[in-house]
Design a protein around this ligand. Structure first.
Ligand code: C2E
Ligand code: MG
Ligand code: MG
Ligand code: MG
Length: 281
């Protein structure tokens, strides 16, 4: 978004895919239709306690399979949705779906939902969250909203006010993809995040013993600790990466090693099979 606003703001670290205007237009039309025809669905990826391996919650990830084009990555269509003003209705649908689904899980299991900066620059989002909680019956403390650093890059105070109102409801906030955006640490003291999510790129390089990546993960964990925040290592795929992020003191782990994003039914089965899972791998 910063790109659109000019003003010498660069976002070279933002992993946005650059797609051509024509493809963007095609996707926008198809996405509008998908929303009307209920062609989106969500999957849930386990987040586990780093020490015990116990599942503590799931992150909700949206999926779109187009009848002709096939599966389209959210990394590709979410930016299109943001530009086409479709992110509010999509985000609301994901939020309501996730809150309802979490009611089928044990009461100590949380659900995380990604929220675009776009959504947080609108006061109506708070009403949307209140309504999703009320309709589903999910207690606020079981809902976690994931935001990225980009939310702090825009002019105005709407987003920080909205974040404060959300915290006032008792929901949790996590800072997603930490270290890949415009890292300014000011907002860490401004907004009370529960968790800092350390991007997979740092996890990969730390496990390869790249000194800079090790130093960064160590520093982020220390920073989070001293601010009373938890840390989640994202995209952990191998045992070596598990060992590394554990040694560095991350408190939670998410990644293919413990579980891929899965359909709702499969997530429910995890609890049925073991009656309170201790490890999902
Ligand atoms: P994210 O929030 O950082 O989500 C984590 C991404 O990493 C997901 O990709 C997930 O499938 C992937 N991942 C998880 N474990 C591993 C692993 O071990 N290895 C690797 N290589 N990847 C792993 P996905 O589902 O493609 O989502 C991409 C991004 O799209 C998300 O990044 C998030 O920013 C955005 N997104 C997804 N769903 C939503 C949504 O409902 N709303 C909004 N606003 N954004 C969403
Ligand atoms: Mg996320
Ligand atoms: Mg992330
Ligand atoms: Mg990420």
């Amino acid at each position: 978004r910063a790109k659109d606003e000019g003003g010498g703001i660069h976002c070279q670290y933002e992993p946005k895919l650059h797609i051509h205007a024509e493809e963007r237009r095609t996707l926008e039309i198809a996405l509008r239709e998908a929303l009307e025809k209920d062609q989106l669905h969500v999957v849930y990826q386990p987040v586990v306690n780093a020490r015990t391996g116990a599942c503590e919650g799931f992150e909700t990830l949206v999926r779109w399979t187009h009848p002709e084009m096939g599966a389209i990555s959210p990394a590709k269509f979410i930016p299109v949705a943001e530009d086409a003003r479709l992110i509010a209705p999509i985000g609301e649908w994901v939020l309501r779906t996730a809150c309802q689904e979490a009611m089928h899980w044990p009461s100590d299991i949380r659900v995380a939902v990604n929220v675009s900066a776009e959504q947080l620059h609108n006061h109506q989002f708070v009403a949307c969250v209140i309504s999703a909680l009320a309709q589903s019956g999910l207690p606020a403390h079981r809902l976690e909203l994931e935001v990225t650093e980009s939310v702090f890059m825009r002019e105005g105070t709407v987003a920080t006010q909205v974040l404060d109102q959300l915290l006032g409801l008792g929901i949790r906030l996590s800072l997603d993809d930490f270290g890949t955006g415009y890292s300014s640490l000011g907002y860490l003291s401004r907004t009370k995040f529960t968790t800092i999510k350390i991007d997979r790129s740092f996890v990969v390089n730390a496990a390869k013993n790249v000194p800079e990546a090790l130093a960064i993960v160590r520093a982020v964990v220390a920073l989070a600790d001293s601010l009373g925040m938890a840390t989640t290592a994202e995209g952990v795929e191998t045992e070596a990466e598990v060992d590394m992020v554990n040694a560095l003191g991350c408190t939670k782990i998410q990644g293919y090693f413990f579980g891929r994003p899965m359909p709702a039914e499969e997530a429910r089965q995890l609890f049925r099979r073991t009656g309170g899972i201790s490890a999902v791998a």
